[in-house]
Design a binder for this molecule. Sequence first.
Ligand code: SF4
Length: 369
Amino acid sequence: MHPGPPSPRALSDLSCEELGAWLAGLGFKASHAEAVIRRLLRPSGPGTASGTRMPATLQARLQSSFAAEAAHPAMRQVSEDGTTKLLLRLHDGRTVESVLMPDYHDDRAAGCISSQVGCAMACDFCATTQTGFERNLTSGEIIEQFLHLQIEARAAGRTLRTIVFMGMGEPMLNLKNVIAAVKRIADPRLGAFGWRQITVSTVGIVPGMDELREAGLGVHLAVSLHAPDDRTRADILPMGRRFPVRDVLAAADRYQADSGRITTIQYCLLEGVNDSLEQARELARLLNGRRMHVNLLRYNPTGLSLRGRTYAPSSMEQTDAFLAELRACGTVAHLRRARGPDIDAACGQLRKRQPPESQSPVMADRQGK
Ligand code: SF4
């Protein structure tokens, strides 16, 4: 089958420099580029530069030359706790998930953003990886997730205060586009977000962690460790065979030393797998002398795993005991509340049950809003 002409790029895919060069090539002032992208990143959502004061011929040219958007909401679920999960459809019909989570503060929210369609990392407890890896997201597709989450937050009477690259995909394997998106989202000239409000998460891809450090963005780093020892870690995270715990933490040390940002250690508690008190003590020993925080996560069951296992979340009693043991050993640790237990809140779940493309757009809202 002939693939047909490539889809036009969306404006959100262009940096100021790229857009400036494009404008200059058409005889327009390159300085319009900053205004166009600032307008795009203002919290009024993705689209072209309508509303920006600039020549009508330029606006018309932008509208005819670029796709109106790179990602369009195809499905939406809202949990009773206010967590909102969006399924965004991309120009090629593929889909990605983004999640908005209400903060403890009534007026704030946090967003979770995807970096890839699917994932090749094969973490055994994750739903995303069960459909494999399809492709990297463009910088525009990443930015538009951010814009849609801003819209969702505003509709809920909140402000999007932080975003974390912890949705579908491994950000370090699409680092070029993640960095390009972050640079635009956090560019002070464009007036959107601050570097400190952004966290990039990784399953522990050491070269990517070093590349992010060398980029010098000053964003936060989160490492999904999930086990303190290589044997348990490699059993649930295949990447653990390639990058042992020692090397991952050494890369986190380097990142922390250069950026001055405290690294977060993500640890998803799985019943009978990584939740013993001995494992809590081992984790605390590893982090002794390091200024890192542990974020304990409650597992959202996703059914049968890649390797045919069924994982269960640790009981609340065991979770509390694990947290207490970490703290007793001097580790700074917190328990993240489970989000959206009544919707497909785990990464990749909503996408797995998406309707055929022909049925979209669908607004599936369990609260019937
Ligand atoms: S947990 Fe993250 S890195 Fe691991 S398979 Fe899922 S999406 Fe990929």
